[in-house]
Design a binder for this molecule. Structure first.
Ligand code: ADP
Ligand code: MG
Length: 304
């Protein structure tokens, strides 16, 4: 096993909403995983399963209720503002993440300004162009405003901004969800190229085919639980968890996310979270579920 860049240990996060009638949502429960250095870790699972919350915890945008995250074996909260140099992010909607009043040069160079890194004008321009090239754009974009860019180009500008500080880890939360198929494929190729330069990537996606193309490891989320984890080729070839089996077969049948959401899924307090939808459930699964580790894989299921 190669060296870890990031380790998430036993993360739990609950959200409370509503003033009069309080509602609590368990967004994450006992989530642990490791991102090895230089690898791409894909996190998949239906909407509401806790993927963005996991990304927000890594980015320090939310604090976990329990558990901790280590970057290079140091708690992420022991870093100061330099944390943003190590871990950068891009999100689903590129247009809303770019300031419409700034041009591409200002947008891409902004993280250097925030970090107080001062460079000569020539050095700064060189670095911005290098970042644009790594993201699949070129010098001709420098003076353009976000309003004149396509969705794919906007996402590339967001990637260039994320790469300017040469981060060790790039967090990408559904970066291709708002793009058409051709732009999606190009962005995925860009991630592969970025990864080959040494940047580790945490990729949240609904696009299982793209994940299989570029990721080394996959984590499968269901209702805040990481139900399966392992090398992506092994998991996709021989899924162990009944939810993974359902997810992969529904992707093959091209069922939409909406279809999946229609099915009732009730949380259970101690037992398996997938109990109500599981075709292979046994009565004792309602009382508890065990985590099994085999051949570099992990599965949260009583069948193994
Ligand atoms: N700020 C928040 N306040 C209340 N509930 C939240 C908040 N953020 C996320 N949640 C809830 O936590 C669960 C997981 O959400 P999220 O991590 O966004 O899932 P995903 O990214 O997999 O779609 C959902 O039920 C969502 O409604
Ligand atoms: Mg999300």
């Amino acid at each position: 096993m190669s060296e870890a860049i990031l380790k998430a240990q036993n993360l739990a996060k609950t959200f409370s909403t509503g003033f009069i009638k309080k509602r609590t949502t368990i967004a994450l429960s006992n989530v642990s995983f490791t991102i090895p250095k230089g690898k791409i870790f894909a996190l998949v699972g239906e909407s509401g399963s806790g993927k963005t919350t996991t990304a927000k915890l890594i980015l320090r945008l939310e604090k976990p209720d329990l558990g901790k995250i280590m970057l290079f074996d140091k708690d992420i909260y022991s870093y100061g503002k330099e944390y943003a140099k190590h871990v950068c992010a891009i999100f689903q909607d590129p247009r809303s993440s770019l300031n419409p009043r700034m041009n591409v040069f200002e947008i891409v160079s902004e993280p250097l300004k925030i970090q107080g890194i001062s460079l000569s004008k020539t050095e700064l321009k060189e670095l911005v162009i290098k970042s644009l090239l790594a993201s699949g754009l070129d010098e001709s974009f420098l003076s353009k405003k976000p309003t004149s860019l396509s969705g794919g180009q906007s996402q590339r500008v967001a990637i260039a901004r994320a790469l300017i500080l040469n981060p060790s880890l790039l967090i990408a939360d559904e970066p291709t969800a708002s793009l058409d198929a051709s732009h999606r494929a190009m962005i995925i190729e860009t991630f592969k190229a970025i990864n080959s330069q040494g940047t580790s990537i945490f990729l949240i996606t609904h696009d299982l085919k793209s994940a299989l193309k570029i990721a080394n490891l996959v984590g499968i989320m269901f209702m805040g639980h990481l139900v399966e984890l392992g090398p992506i080729e092994d998991v996709f070839k021989q899924p162990l968890h009944p939810y993974t089996i359902e997810l992969l077969s529904s992707a093959l049948q091209k069922r939409t996310q909406e279809n999946l959401q229609e099915e009732p899924s009730k949380p259970s307090s101690q037992g398996c979270v997938f109990f109500h939808r599981c075709k292979q459930r046994q009565s004792h699964c309602q009382e508890g579920v065990r985590e099994v580790s085999l051949n570099g894989r992990r599965v949260l299921c009583n069948l193994y």
